[in-house]
Design a protein around this ligand. Structure first.
Ligand code: ZN
Length: 316
């Protein structure tokens, strides 16, 4: 009887643990859905750079950064970094988490929050940009709150970029003013919401050691759950997603700068009016952001040095 009751107790404990894990998962899913739904709401008018919808989205993101306990960066207007590019006034949203030990070593965690605005389509006149890139912005806000609790050794700069859809304007601006020696990594998130075959990718995986650092950390944490290669190499085909997102202006400066994504631009909702919040898989998005949170810890704590990467502009 004693043996049986121990088994029973173990069983109860295990199922209680599984349940609390599931509850954690569900609450993260709900949080990500909440962020995506808010940013992709019709009232944001497709978040086109320079539009009132963009400013509204920026205010939402700034509020969440404040709630996460991030500080503002010197020289900015609160969390807003105002800049002009190509004749447009735009705003990146930026929050700082000062490192516990390695204050001068900075890791940028980022996602673009702008999208392409309004459509001529009479039935649905708004490009809501739920997957592109409310999903990446949701990941950014989730990671800000989680990393704040972790208190990493390096300084983290969380940036929601504007102007991406107009030619990486927000990231080009930041890349032009930072000291590349201080920036140890740029970790960018794009289109996390619609998986094909439950896979997440890293762009530019063949440059440097970012790809292997992330996968090794996950395998170390839970080999059974993550396998050896939870993150896959993005196919290096002619679409070259590496050069087409906000990591790229930093990579051109030699900074290890990569994008984590789930959905590529062949998805049927890509840059369509139908890119709406209800089309996303929040369970897989949760898996990816939780994996990212674990996988980047050696980087945010300065336990590994990422190699400088060499990309030749104009090669693609
Ligand atoms: Zn995008």
């Amino acid at each position: 009887m004693k043996y049986l009751s121990t088994l029973l107790l173990l069983f109860l404990l295990q199922s209680a643990f599984a349940q609390s894990n599931n509850q954690a998962d569900t609450s993260i899913q709900n949080l990500l859905r909440h962020y995506v739904t808010a940013l992709a709401h019709d009232s944001m008018q497709g978040r086109k750079t320079g539009s009132s919808g963009m400013y509204k989205a920026a205010a939402f993101i700034a509020n969440e950064m404040r709630a996460a306990g991030l500080k503002t960066a010197a020289g900015n207007d609160g969390y807003a970094q105002l800049f002009t590019a190509d004749g447009l006034s735009a705003v990146n949203v930026m929050g700082v988490l000062e490192g516990q030990e390695l204050k001068d070593e900075v890791v940028i965690i980022c996602a673009h929050y702008d999208h392409i605005g309004l459509s001529e389509n009479k039935k649905d006149s708004i490009f809501n940009g739920a997957n592109d890139n409310a999903s990446g912005t949701a990941a950014l806000l989730f990671l800000a709150a989680q990393l704040k609790k972790l208190q990493p050794k390096r300084t983290l700069l969380f940036i929601a970029f504007s102007g991406e859809e107009m030619g990486l304007l927000g990231s080009k601006y930041v890349a032009s003013i930072v000291d590349p020696v201080k920036i140890k990594a740029v970790i960018n998130f794009e289109m996390l919401g619609i998986p094909s075959g439950k896979r997440a990718f890293i762009t530019g995986a063949n440059y440097g050691n970012f790809f292997s650092v992330l996968n090794k950390e996950l395998a170390k944490k839970d080999l059974q759950k993550y396998g050896k290669y939870f993150f896959r190499r993005a196919p290096e085909d002619i679409r070259m997603l590496f050069t087409r997102s906000d990591n790229y202006p930093f990579a051109l400066k030699g900074i290890p700068a990569h994008t984590i994504y789930v959905t590529d631009d062949e998805n049927k909702h890509y840059h369509k009016e139908s890119d709406e919040a209800h089309t996303l898989s929040y369970s897989f998005m949760t898996e990816v952001v939780e994996a990212a949170f674990i996988a980047i810890q050696p980087i945010v704590n300065g336990e590994v040095e990422l190699k400088k990467i060499v990309v030749r502009p104009g090669r693609y």
